[in-house]
Design a protein around this ligand. Structure first.
Ligand code: ATP
Ligand code: MG
Ligand code: MG
Length: 550
């Protein structure tokens, strides 16, 4: 099965190994530390790490921190934490592209000496104008034919801080008539008087991505440099750099399609905006598909791995339904986690023939589909809470829960028959009354009679009162993610509902990240920030029902 379902990258690697292009596989994950990672990055991490594992190769963690303007140490720490959590282990191979600034400078000098790079005094705007268009060739810069000597001097002066930002740049001397715009003498070094998060003020010139990235890969001995599709037409420049710098075993760039989720905010830039505008409560807000947000919501590394595998690796852009991610977390948790009772929208149920002040402890399986999780005891008594929607004064046809005169099963407990109710003038039900049949303890009648419905409950005097948070998409799905006029996000004003719920006493022991199935209500996870000892706050990870089918 594994052999027939190899993806296109595995096919390239197999061919390279067979033809002796490389004799090992060495991949890397190279985030820029300018934000938190999201589900799309998880795909790239698991792909690169997975390939290294599969081929017994190596996996590097590399911070691509060559642009001092947006990078921060806070992001370095969060990125490391998220990658570890996902299970990708870089062992002792943690690198920072900024450590290669000296080699990058030397590489630029080498190009100058070969007559393959020159210092250019055109402004950014002039460079753009001179570049030409897709249908017209560009114009050569008047500085293009400076001598090697002059270029070496000017480049050194750039390094020494003699010029202001934008005053001079170093450009590769390639081809101003190339049909590929990236090859029309791209800028490879610029002046930027900025303090770098690691190198401080050592440098005031910084390499551009297209020059730096292939050098980083080559220095580390990367074989397959996997990136996303938007870099496809940068590949000739990547190849030009490694060729001109004469690396003995040059790396190879391979592009795959980004992961997009339909109607979900994924781009780092947009997540950042939600955080900065205070629309969400930090980078780990449970609404977000940042790795930290997914973790706080209750997603597991296994569920994310399963999701990424389900999506596959391809060359064609496509968008995946969020329901597929939900499917993966349900599948992961359904046998692993206990199924407990919690009432999210409570009304009182009074069992009129149950002895006053009596509490008994009933046996309940922790997960009826997985005996290994064992059993627990749950308190039962005369007054319970049930879900408001589990009783109706005037039920529609086929309603299988409580209404006057019907008998239902209280899960893990007894059969009860509804005998009456108390309601306000506006019809709001306050209390439902019933009688129970002591012979049905455990949930079955000795006389073999059946009931149509089973409802969950919690005993009123032992119940814990907790906050539960029900999340919806932060995006208004009717309108789509982006406003067509100004590109802003279309927000859903009702994307968070907070409710007071009653839960079984055992749930009060939940600690941050502990997750459970609340029967009939979904999977919930104790919030890592807001839960206190004995007083958890639960985030709904996902409801139980789904229209998504594999
Ligand atoms: P964003 O577009 O969200 O800002 P980015 O590409 O700027 O992300 P980087 O830190 O440069 O973020 O990304 C590190 C790696 O993750 C890159 O190799 C990039 O191609 C990959 N990556 C980023 N977004 C996705 C995605 N949606 N699907 C798959 N891989 C992604
Ligand atoms: Mg990027
Ligand atoms: Mg980006």
């Amino acid at each position: 099965n594994e052999t027939i379902s190899k993806n296109f990258i595995e096919n390239i690697i197999d061919k390279d190994l067979a033809e002796g292009v490389y004799d090992t596989v060495h991949t890397r994950f190279p985030p820029e530390p300018n934000g938190y990672l999201h589900i799309g990055h998880a795909k790239s991490i698991l792909l690169n790490y997975g390939l290294a594992k599969e081929y017994n190769g190596k996996f590097n963690m590399r911070f691509d921190d060559t642009n001092p303007t947006k990078e921060k140490s806070e992001f370095v720490d969060s990125i490391k934490e998220d990658i570890h959590w996902l299970g990708a282990d870089w062992e002792d191979r943690l690198f920072f592209a900024s450590d290669y600034f000296p080699q990058m400078y030397e590489a630029a000098v080498k190009l100058i000496k070969k007559g393959k790079a020159y210092v250019c005094d055109l402004t950014a705007e002039q460079i753009r104008e001179y570049r030409g268009t897709l249908t017209e060739p560009g114009k050569e810069s008047p500085y293009r034919n400076r001598s090697v000597e002059e270029n070496l001097n000017l480049f050194e002066e750039m390094k020494e801080g003699k010029y202001g930002d934008g005053e001079k740049v170093l450009r590769a001397k390639i081809d101003m008539a190339s049909p590929n715009m990236n090859m029309r003498d791209p800028v490879i070094y610029r002046v930027a008087h900025r303090t770098h998060h690691r190198t401080g003020d050592t440098w005031c010139i910084y390499p551009m991505y297209d020059f730096a990235h292939p050098i980083e890969d080559a220095i580390e001995g990367i074989t397959h440099s996997i990136c996303t599709l938007e870099f496809e037409d940068h590949r000739p420049l990547y190849n030009w750099v490694v060729e001109e710098l004469e690396y003995p075993h040059p790396p190879k760039q391979i592009e795959f399609a980004k992961l997009y989720l339909t109607n979900v905010v994924t781009g780092k830039r947009y997540i950042k905006k939600l955080v900065e505008d205070g629309i969400v409560d930090g980078w780990d807000d449970p609404h977000l598909v940042s790795i930290a947000g997914l973790r706080r919501r209750g997603y597991t590394p296994e569920s994310i791995k399963k999701f990424v595998e389900l999506c596959g690796v391809s060359k064609a852009d496509s968008s995946v339904d969020y329901a597929a991610l939900e499917y993966c977390i349900r599948e992961d948790l359904k046998l692993k986690r206990p199924r407990m009772m919690a009432v999210l929208d409570p009304i009182k149920l009074v069992i009129d023939n149950y002895p006053e002040d009596q509490i008994e402890y009933l046996d309940a399986p922790n997960n009826m589909e997985n005996e290994a999780l064992g059993n627990r005891k749950i308190p039962f008594g005369k007054e319970l809470y049930i879900e408001r929607e589990d009783f109706m004064i005037e039920p529609p046809k086929k309603y299988k829960r409580l209404f006057l005169g019907t008998e239902v099963r209280l899960m893990n407990a007894y059969f009860v028959t509804c005998t009456g109710f108390e309601a306000d003038d506006d019809g709001t039900v306050r209390v439902v009354h019933c009688t129970y049949d002591p012979a049905t303890k455990g949930g079955n009648a000795p006389d073999g009679r059946k009931v149509k419905g089973t409802i969950h409950w919690v005993e009123a005097t032992h119940a814990g009162k907790v906050q539960v948070r029900l999340y919806e998409n932060i995006v208004d799905e009717e309108k789509g993610v982006y406003n067509k006029e100004d590109g802003s996000l279309n927000l859903n004003p009702n994307s968070l509902v907070k409710a007071e719920a009653y839960v079984e006493p055992a749930l009060l022991e939940a600690k941050g990240y502990d997750s459970y199935q609340f029967v009939r209500n979904g999977f919930f996870c104790a919030d890592i920030h807001d839960s206190k000892e004995g007083q958890p706050v639960f985030n709904r990870i996902v409801s139980l029902k789904s229209s998504f089918k594999l």
